[in-house]
Design a protein around this ligand. Structure first.
Ligand code: GUN
Length: 294
């Protein structure tokens, strides 16, 4: 029987844990954790992500602030604002929503956030620490995947994990995390990407498949072996005439087919997606604890 990995439920549990911690801080009249989110331009999807991050922060009792900047903001202006928050003790996490307008160099922006407040875990210092297995801030989506595997007691040690996709946000960090010589990792990891001539050759070998490619319903049942564990990171909009919105959200995995052969599978929506925000709050809490010794 295929089991569903319920990211909505687990993310709720994590948010409750964070809320309890914030309530305790309030009772003790201590400073609360603060997250500032910076959005440049008016991409509707980014706008909706940023607002839902701010709303969730408030729900758990954290301080949250959204800086919405005009599309024409220069790289220097954005860096000046980040520097202001680097030294603002009210905020322990700084998140700049990506993608940025084309005239702004993403890498310069990521590097301008001090690593201690980089709750995305994208700064080269944090990426380097992750690769060499040191404690650091882990990017939210890979952190969410690790947490789902842990809470569902899915053992990764000695298992063949096949990651499809090599982005800096998901593919590369999750591959590096799972190959660490640690109890909750210790996997044999293969990373497959668009240059592979025969993706199925690799995916068929997976004990655990992680799909992060951004291509709707790309992974089919005949690309996998029976009893595979499937983690679907995709969030793709496809046309749906039956929906009032005119579209529906699907993953990178063809859920209808694959759920018939998998041992575990994350649904979309309600799998990895809700975990990303929960882990952002967790990262903000980690940054807060390190910066304040609370
Ligand atoms: N845009 C899409 N995903 C992310 C993310 O995880 N962090 C940031 N900062 N921007 C994103």
């Amino acid at each position: 029987m295929t089991k569903l990995i319920d990211g909505k439920k687990i993310s709720q549990e994590i948010k409750e844990e964070i809320k309890l911690f914030c309530n305790k801080l309030k009772e003790e009249e201590k400073q609360l954790p603060g997250l500032v989110t910076i959005l440049v331009g008016n991409n509707p999807a980014s706008f909706s992500y940023v607002n839902s991050k701010a709303k969730t922060c408030n729900e758990v009792g954290m301080i949250s602030k959204v800086e919405q900047l005009d599309e024409s903001t220069s790289e220097d202006e954005l860096i000046s604002l980040i520097k202001k928050y680097n030294s603002d003790e009210k905020f322990h996490g700084i998140l700049v929503q990506l993608p940025l307008p084309k005239h702004i160099n993403e890498s310069n922006i990521i590097k301008s956030i001090i690593p201690e407040k980089d709750v995305d875990g994208f700064h080269p210092v944090n990426v380097g620490k992750l690769v060499i297995g040191e404690d650091t801030i882990i990017p939210c989506t890979p952190y969410g995947i690790i947490e789902l595997l842990k809470r569902y007691k899915i053992d990764t040690s000695g298992k063949h994990v096949v990651v499809v996709g090599r982005s800096n946000i998901v593919g590369k960090p999750i591959a590096n995390l799972l190959l660490q010589k640690k109890e909750e990792a210790n996997a044999i990891v293969t990373v497959v990407h668009s240059a592979a001539k025969n993706i199925s050759y690799y995916t068929k070998q997976a004990d655990i498949l992680i799909a992060a490619i951004g291509s709707p319903n790309f992974i089919k049942a005949d690309m996998l072996k029976n009893e595979v564990v499937v983690i679907d990171v995709g969030i793709n909009r496809i046309e749906d005439k039956n929906s009032t919105k005119g579209y529906k959200i699907v993953g990178d995995v063809d859920f209808d087919e694959v759920s018939k052969i998998a041992s575990y599978i994350t649904p979309v929506p309600g799998g990895v997606g809700p975990m990303t925000i929960a882990m952002l709050l967790k990262n903000t809490l980690i940054a807060y604890k390190l910066l304040t010794n609370n």
